[in-house]
Design a protein around this ligand. Structure first.
Ligand code: PLP
Length: 354
């Protein structure tokens, strides 16, 4: 792409494209939304009530203040509060790590296909991207990632589990990578932690190059409010707090999360239904139809029917949205979010009738 030389904006940034997920037309009254890995049911009443009470409390003209939010999330996560900071969605946590760690020309190892934000952040910092491939047989390419490490490697991303394929990297393997690249930040994105339960948060003090990002967007159901958190060694958190703004997390998110943590059952029950009921339901359906799919440890399944495009269009016509996602070789698949049992059964019934 050609870019003007007159702009004051850095040339490599002007040459990038924006990260634009296909958000248009996602009307929850018209469609069952199985396209963004969101929680597919509304959040609990208690959270809605807390938000309404906040709106009516006469405090909206005040800047956000976080009170004991960090302590409460730290208690939930099982780490000391000094190892945790809140962020504007986990996207901000990811961006803070790239910004604080990498210099222009450094190398980023970003195994793909994966979540688009990592390459976006690497692009902003003008990094050289090395992209080993996930494979359906072994998932995350641990050995290829370790083999790609050089003295210029400054960041390695591990989405755990990964989006779009759902593959999980075991804790021991994450630690093997962290040991192999002590000069690099190991970004462990635990966005879907509540589904997989695999985590490295309890070893961050022993591995000061590990940075874990998490979110209230997915299981907790408030992506609209943007609350994430980042867990790392105390010293790292102190430094990253020098970069994050004092009001980057808004007060609605704080109010909702405080209420959510008091009533975690709405999340736990949902996770149980998604993973123990809906996931086997969809897996059995795909297996019976001989449709190739990746083994997932999250609330979505990436599958490759022969006619993905037509199936996506027919499901849309029937009021169900799923996400078309091509693999690195360009083969088109569908990433399907698992809803509750009723929603998953509806998807299967419609698909069966196509
Ligand atoms: C792997 C992964 N990380 C991070 C995010 C972003 O989450 P948040 O809403 O917390 O910014 C997503 C969202 O789809 C994701 O799939």
């Amino acid at each position: 792409m050609s870019v003007s030389d007159k702009s004051v904006i850095k040339r490599h940034i002007r040459a990038m494209s924006a990260y634009k997920p296909p958000l248009e037309g996602r009307d929850p009254t018209k469609y069952t939304l199985l396209d963004f890995n969101e929680r597919t049911l509304p959040v609990g009443e208690k959270i809605q009530e807390a938000l309404i009470a906040y709106i009516r409390s006469g405090r909206m003209q005040m800047y956000p203040s976080y009170g004991d939010t960090v302590e409460r999330i730290a208690r939930y996560a099982g780490v000391p509060a000094e190892q945790l900071m809140i962020t504007n969605g986990s996207d901000q946590g990811i961006e803070l790590i790239f910004r604080s760690v990498c210099r222009e020309g450094d190398e980023a190892i970003i195994a793909g296909s994966t979540f688009a934000m990592y390459k976006q952040c690497a692009g902003v910092e003008n990094l050289k991207i090395i992209e080993p491939e996930y494979t359906i047989d072994i998932g995350f390419p641990v050995d290829a990632v370790i083999a790609a490490v050089t003295d210029k490697t400054r960041i390695i991303t591990i989405a755990n589990p990964n989006n779009p394929c759902g593959s999980l990297v075991k804790k021991e393997e994450v630690l093997r990578i962290a040991k192999a690249a002590p000069q690099a930040a190991i970004l462990v994105d635990e966005c879907y932690f509540e589904y997989s339960r695999e985590t490295v948060v309890n070893v961050v003090e022993d591995y000061p190059n590990i940075f874990v990002t998490r979110t209230f967007s997915k299981t907790w159901g408030i992506p609209s409010l943007r609350m994430g958190y980042l867990i790392s060694a105390k010293e790292n958190i102190t430094a990253l707090l020098n970069v994050r703004g004092p009001y980057d997390v808004n007060q609605y998110a704080v109010v909702a999360v405080q209420a959510a943590l008091e009533h975690p059952e709405y999340t736990l029950d949902y996770v149980r239904e998604v993973m123990d009921v809906s996931k086997p339901l969809l897996e059995n359906f795909l297996a019976e139809k001989n449709i190739v799919f990746w083994q997932s440890d999250a609330n979505f399944i990436w599958c490759f029917p022969d006619n993905a495009e037509q199936i996506e269009a027919a499901l849309r016509e029937a009021g169900i949205l799923v996400r078309p996602k091509a693999d690195l070789k360009g083969k088109l698949g569908l990433r399907i979010t698992l809803g509750n049992k009723t929603q998953t059964q509806k998807l299967i019934d419609v698909w069966q009738g196509l």
